[in-house]
Unconditional design. Structure first.
Length: 364
């Protein structure tokens, strides 16, 4: 058993760095010594109750580290491998995995436990749940083999960690979900870490116009750095501005990357006839958006949800890191600040204040 520090959520809006105990991996599981963990808005959504999660729980779902130990039957990774963790497993056997949709894998419900219905983390006799099979905002994590992939050891851990969630979700939404074509026009509503990854994905895909929309002028400047050709100033009618920029036609593709019903409606309005609106942002189950019953058949628009960038992480993680090594995907400038695990509270405060493209917790 290992004693380690972890970020533990006790109840909604109640979290702290605590010392907990981690059991060794069982069959089909991997012990990872964490080196970097991205601070993602989904972590805050667990803390504030937007995403359901049993408590107490160790959060964190965007990470990279080194394999320390493997359980019986593990054959795709070995001790010493550098790995990136996926919060969506790929079992290779369920309906969705067999039909080319591993991002919808149903091998086990995300109920805070591992595949056998138990957890490996406990404290004073009480078991702690984990976020999305991982709970890697901790010094170590025991995770299913189906959630790890080996990556090139030359890639810095803080860059590798980002593909575990935000970058794959954003770039994948462009390349896999929407399949943006070269020469297209793209509008991006929301320029946080995932939105900036959508901007980068659009640039990589060869979009001729990438229009960034955000309430923060600082985030809009970041969007320009990552490939936006145009920005829409805060406080303006974004859909109207996008129509003006595109000669009254609208964007070929519009991505909503915040999780607000009103922004989905704005993105849909900004999408041209025959174009595609992609919903990436995760919102509250109580939020709603609506369209009149004539608009879809009369405009032939498509609206699509994008889960985890429609990614096959075993293939897409190494591919994205190859783009990074080739200088085509900028991960270094995505990390605007690093923290220790004891500074997790500050990391979340900075995220909610919009100060970072991505904050990353580094471990020794």
């Amino acid at each position: 058993m290992l004693s380690m520090k972890a970020v533990v959520v006790r109840d909604q809006h109640q979290f702290a760095v605590e010392t907990v105990t981690l059991d060794p991996p069982k069959a089909g599981e991997v012990l990872v010594r964490m080196k970097a963990c991205g601070v993602c808005h989904s972590d805050i959504s667990i803390i504030n109750g937007t995403i359901p999660q049993p408590f107490p729980a160790v959060i964190g779902h965007e990470g990279a580290g080194i394999v320390e130990q493997i359980g019986d039957g593990v054959h795709t990774v070995k001790p010493g491998d550098h790995v990136v963790l996926s919060f969506v497993p790929r079992c290779g056997e369920c309906f969705h995995c067999l039909h080319g949709q591993p991002y919808l894998c149903t091998v086990s419900p995300p109920d805070g436990t591992l595949f056998d219905g138990t957890t490996r983390i406990h404290q004073n006799g009480q078991r702690l749940y984990t976020m999305s099979f991982l709970g890697n905002m901790a010094e170590y994590a025991v995770v299913p083999e189906a959630c790890v992939v080996s990556v090139d050891k030359s890639v810095p851990f803080q860059a590798a960690a980002l593909v575990g969630c935000g970058v794959t979700t954003g770039v994948g939404a462009v390349i896999n979900t929407a399949q943006v074509e070269p020469g297209s026009t793209v509008a991006v509503f929301g320029c946080g870490g995932v939105g900036l990854s959508v901007v980068q994905g659009a640039r990589i895909a060869g979009a001729r116009m990438v229009i960034a929309v955000d309430l923060s002028t600082e985030k809009l400047e970041m969007a320009k750095q990552f490939g936006a050709t145009h920005t829409v100033a805060p406080g303006t009618d974004a859909a109207k501005e996008i129509l003006a920029l595109t000669g009254g036609i609208g964007a070929d593709y519009a991505f909503e990357v915040v999780g607000l019903g009103k922004l989905v409606e704005a993105a849909f309005k900004a999408t041209r006839r025959g174009g595609t609106t992609v919903v990436v942002g995760v919102g509250s189950k109580d939020d709603r958006y609506s369209f009149n019953s004539l608009i879809l058949p009369f405009t032939a628009k498509t609206i699509k949800g994008s889960m985890y960038g429609s990614a096959n992480f075993k293939v897409d993680f190494p591919m994205l890191l190859d783009l990074y090594k080739a200088g085509k995907l900028d991960l270094d400038h995505m990390v605007t600040r690093t923290y220790t695990i004891d500074e997790a509270g500050q990391a979340f405060a900075d995220l909610e204040a919009g100060r970072n493209a991505r904050g990353v917790i580094l471990f020794g």
